[in-house]
Write a protein that binds this ligand. Structure first.
Ligand SMILES: NC(=O)C1=CN([C@@H]2O[C@H](COP(=O)(O)OP(=O)(O)OC[C@H]3O[C@@H](n4cnc5c(N)ncnc54)[C@H](O)[C@@H]3O)[C@@H](O)[C@H]2O)C=CC1
Ligand SMILES: O=C(CO)[C@H](O)[C@H](O)COP(=O)(O)O
Length: 298
């Protein structure tokens, strides 16, 4: 298969590499010329613009968007408007708001797949978990690409119609916030409690057979190993927040109580007051662990 990839940052570049490794052809575009040149060095065919990328894909275009959510997605779709038709498939693998995805699916001439992507840049080797919404035929058509980008055939599935992929990913992120918060609070108690503990050793022990073992807990272990028992100069400030906000807004609209998800979001907003909480410093370092997001330092 031939795939066009637009957006070659932390995530898009992994999509390119994994699809190339699986033996497919890839055409790439990014507004950052250096990113295009790097991907070309890895074996992708470079394009000068989105129009050039679409042109070089010929009939039955398969295009993967991996640009920041919001305006960049609409800007890319505007450039594809009039260039794609109903035999073509566009995948949005970013963290788009699900209602935007429903609107985009209705307004583009191509079949549109909203694809929630989990695993982060740190998941490059293993492959991602992909939650896909949109027409069944388009999902089946793109299955070889999803097999390559995900951990394998079990690492992706069609969740339902347009919007459902990004809806499931939105809730995934709400859960992610709450898990980070609960690990943060546990380690805050251990860090300030009655014993002088080696927190990396605690995390390692928990990761070996404990009920609460997980990838986020492995990233806690990594954070203590790399930053030190007191998290060094990691500031008490957690960035991000949009996907968690959407999750809580949706829960309010559906009148479904999600107190833990709400509390985790509130803690994150509370971190902007800069009062030095250990739990939030660990949450900030974990965002680097899985997402390679910047860590504000003191
Ligand atoms: N970093 C992470 O842990 C995860 C990120 N995501 C989502 O994946 C998407 C991409 O994220 P990252 O790769 O981390 O971002 P990034 O900032 O590393 O890369 C974005 C790339 O898109 C390019 N770009 C921006 N506007 C463009 C346009 N109009 N046309 C062409 N290229 C354009 C930028 O030059 C950059 O290379 C976002 O929606 C993000 O929320 C999803 C799961 C995990
Ligand atoms: O989707 C992700 C991980 O699953 C991204 O890393 C996302 O950026 C995390 O959300 P936030 O930036 O609000 O912490």
């Amino acid at each position: 298969m031939e795939l066009g990839v637009i957006g070659l940052g932390r995530m898009g570049r992994i999509v390119v590499d994994r699809v190339l490794d699986d033996g497919h052809d890839v055409v790439v575009f990014d507004i950052d010329e250096e990113a295009v040149a790097d991907a070309a060095d890895a074996g992708a065919r470079p394009a000068d613009s989105i129009a050039d990328l679409a042109d070089s894909l010929g009939e039955e275009k398969r295009i993967w968007l991996m640009v920041p959510a919001g305006d960049p997605v609409d800007a890319a779709l505007d450039e594809l408007d009039g260039v794609v038709d109903d035999a073509d498939v566009i995948v949005d693998g970013g963290n788009s708001y699900f209602e935007d995805s429903v609107r985009r699916a209705e307004s583009t001439d191509a079949a549109y797949l909203d694809c929630g992507t989990s695993g982060g840049p740190a998941g490059a080797e293993l492959g991602f978990s992909l939650m896909v919404g949109g027409p069944e035929w388009a999902y089946e058509e793109l299955t070889p690409v999803f097999d390559a980008v995900a951990t394998g055939p079990d690492g992706h599935d069609r969740m339902g119609p347009a919007g459902s992929g990004h809806y499931v990913k939105m809730v995934h992120n709400g859960v992610e916030y709450a898990l980070m918060q609960t690990y943060g609070e546990g380690f805050e108690l251990l860090a300030n409690g009655r014993y002088d503990l080696d927190l990396e050793a605690v995390a390692r022990t928990w990761n070996n057979g404990a009920v609460i073992r997980s990838w986020l807990l492995e990233l806690c272990e990594e954070a203590f190993r790399e930053e030190g028992n007191d998290l060094g100069d990691v500031a008490d400030r957690v960035e991000g927040g949009s996907t968690g906000t959407w999750t809580v807004q949706e829960a309010l609209e559906q009148e479904i109580p999600v107190p833990l998800l709400y509390q985790a979001l509130a803690e994150r907003f509370g971190s902007r007051a800069d009062d030095g909480r250990f739990s939030r410093r660990l949450a900030s370092r974990l965002r680097y662990g899985f997402g390679r997001h910047d860590v504000p330092r003191r």
